[in-house]
Design a protein around this ligand. Structure first.
Ligand code: PBG
Length: 327
């Protein structure tokens, strides 16, 4: 039998050649680094299920932001842990809210780093839901005004982009309108468009103390079994004015990432969430897999599926790794 004309191994034999024909590039330019901010000073509280991640006071978050910027990471994504939680999540839209303070401090010290703020109420509400609760139900439309106020107050503090993660219907339009009216017509919205009701948010909820006090988030976050619905969600957010759309989580939803990219082609972010980070860290710590290789493989896979931007708690580790490969 004649040998096949195309022998794929020809291009795999030499490291330099493998590099030349590589289809997907991962660069630190694509990374977004999530950070948790708390009230206080000099605080660096470890988050148990997310080894290597901390709840940081404003002075510490500034150091972390500086560090990230010096490694070539272009953006951080801020989550706040408030002093007090109440039913309407009032610290979310307070002038002196923790995210507002952190945003001002980072923009003062590291002006070239982009600050993206997570716009949601669940970290701030006493019941832990992402919206206003009436009669035991999460109410959609009364929540929109509070989300819009939150986004405007983040923009006033200097946020470069706002990222609504609540999954209320119509929130992108409400936020766009409020930003425009507030004189922030140039502030882009990165919308968590296809956000699933996922068990992989567990470590985050421990970090932010945002576990719902009753019920769960399935009345507003998406059913993991659905993908056609994800495309409708994305189309809706684009219609309402989203500049960047997002799929979340990332690894168990790469088919969704791929479909969204193929269908819309617009700038797409994928959020590799706390549970994805925890799994790789845990298996690495146990010696069950090579943590660094698993991390890089996961990140390049998310890019290969079609994500332009990857939100990851591994941002600094990956940037360090990419830098050392270049050297
Ligand atoms: C807030 C929000 C959550 C995450 C990002 N924004 C938690 C949730 O929806 O319960 C999760 C991020 C992660 O797990 O890393 N709504």
């Amino acid at each position: 039998m004649a040998p096949p004309i195309y022998r794929p191994r020809r291009l795999r034999d030499k490291a330099l050649l493998r590099k030349m024909v590589r289809e997907t590039a991962l660069s630190s330019d694509d990374l977004i680094y999530p950070l948790f901010v708390v009230h206080g000073r000099g605080l660096r509280q470890p988050i148990a299920p997310m080894p290597g991640q901390y709840r940081l006071s404003v002075d510490e978050v500034v150091k972390e932001a500086k560090d990230a910027a010096s490694m070539g990471i272009p953006a951080v994504l801020l989550f706040g842990i408030p002093e007090d939680k109440d039913p309407r999540g009032s610290e979310a839209y307070a002038d002196e809210g923790i995210v507002q303070q952190a945003t001002r401090a980072i923009k003062d010290t590291v002006p070239d780093l982009l600050v993206i703020t997570d716009v949601c109420l669940c970290e701030y509400t006493s019941h832990g839901h992402c919206g206003v609760v009436e009669d035991g139900r999460v109410k959609n439309d009364p929540t929109l005004e509070l989300l819009a106020r939150t986004a405007v107050s983040h923009a006033e503090a200097g946020a470069d982009l706002v990222a609504p993660s609540d999954m209320m219907d119509g929130r992108v339009a409400a936020i766009r309108e409020a930003l425009d009216e507030g004189g922030f017509g140039d502030t882009p919205i990165m919308a968590y468009s296809a956000k699933y009701a996922s068990s992989f948010y567990g470590p985050f909820r421990e970090a932010a103390g945002s576990t719902p006090q009753f019920g769960d988030r399935r009345s507003y976050q998406m059913d993991p079994a659905n993908v056609v619905e994800a495309l409708r969600e994305v189309a809706l957010d684009i219609d309402e004015g989203a500049d960047i759309v997002m799929v979340k989580p990332a690894l168990p939803y790469l088919d969704v990432v791929s479909r969204v990219k193929a269908e819309f082609g617009l700038p797409l972010a994928a959020y590799s969430v706390s549970g994805e980070y925890a799994m790789i860290r845990a298996a690495g710590t146990l010696g069950w897999l090579d943590e660094e290789r698993a991390m890089m493989e996961a990140l390049v896979s998310i890019r290969r599926a079609g994500a332009d931007l990857v939100i990851t708690y591994f941002a600094k580790d990956a940037a360090r790794r990419l830098e050392s490969r270049r050297a």
